[in-house]
Design a protein around this ligand. Structure first.
Ligand code: CA
Length: 301
């Protein structure tokens, strides 16, 4: 679980080239320079060096170019010998390994452009300003947002005060100072909207409710187990007839005909109230899951 602070744009899918050599080291720092002596990578931690072999622990990593910091990574806890071996191997495989956990990427520059790749884990890209500050320049459905979020968690984000487009890959959450967007389309964001749409559709646009429901799915609740929780808390009627009528009204938007209520009650009798709720939710009758897949789901912090 690393925290990456970007002082300039850096594409973690890129290749830094080879020819790195140690330019200085002590018990807490190892500096490496590339063959052109323009880039410096600094590993920080606690180290013991014996010839070319390094042992100990890596806690941080930073890259600078011509004396200007590009990024720093903190929060690492890596075996130094393994890190050395990975670093000397394939360049991209090293970054994929380094960023395989749940990482936070803090944007501390306007010089963003290109691809942000979070690799494995659940990764968050953080912008410093409130979402409202970006309302005219970053709008998830507007002209300056490039709505090409495909399946999974890829997409593009453009800011007016960033002249270039930021593409994200393997980034699950984009966070502003006051709200966030979850990009894991088909995952917990869609389930959150399906659940609210079934249980309390008047709250679909409540960003704080979305946050609270999302927490349940993020912590491992299934749709059916969360529906059971809603029943236990009496968020929905608990007699079969009233439940069937209420859920039909919620997802269809009009009262259910008597025959339909009877058919739904028959379903509940042979399954369960929670199973009925979950089954209806996963039909996403009143939730645009395609739109969520394309644009993500906004929620409150
Ligand atoms: Ca990651």
């Amino acid at each position: 679980m690393a925290t990456v602070t970007l002082y300039d744009f850096y594409d973690f899918s890129s290749n830094d080239g080879n020819g790195w050599s140690i330019s200085g080291s002590n018990a807490t720092t190892i500096n490496l320079s590339d063959s052109s002596h323009q880039k410096t990578i600094t590993f920080s931690g606690s180290f013991t060096q014996s010839g070319n072999s390094i042992s100990g622990t890596v806690n941080g990593l930073s890259l600078s170019q011509n004396g200007t910091s590009i990024f720093t990574i903190s929060g690492l806890n890596l075996d130094a010998a393994t890190t050395q071996s990975k670093f000397l191997g394939d360049n991209q495989a090293f970054k994929s390994w380094l960023l395989s956990g749940d990482d936070t990427f803090i944007v501390n520059t306007k010089a963003m452009g290109g691809t942000m790749n979070g690799y494995g884990g659940s990764d968050t890209l953080v912008f410093a300003a409130p979402r409202g500050d970006y309302a005219e320049s970053v709008n998830i459905v507007g002209p300056t947002f490039k709505p090409t979020m495909g399946s999974g968690s890829s997409g593009q984000l453009a800011k007016e005060n960033m002249s270039q487009i930021v593409s994200v890959q393997n980034i699950e959450t984009i966070r502003f100072s006051d709200s966030a967007i979850r990009l894991d389309s088909g995952g917990n964001s869609a389930k959150t909207m399906e659940f609210i749409g079934t249980v309390a559709p008047s709250l679909l646009n409540d960003l704080a409710v979305r946050r609270e429901i999302l927490k349940f799915f993020d912590s491992g609740y299934s749709m059916e187990s969360l529906c059971q929780l809603a029943l236990n808390a009496k968020l929905v009627p608990t007699t079969n007839e009233a439940l069937a009528a209420a859920v039909f009204q919620n997802v269809v938007g009009s009262a259910a005909p008597a025959g339909t209520v009877k058919a739904l009650v028959d379903y509940i009798d042979t399954h369960s109230q929670a199973n009925f709720l979950a089954t209806v939710a996963e039909m996403h009758l009143n939730v645009d899951v395609v739109g969520i897949a394309q644009s993500g789901m906004s929620y409150a912090l």
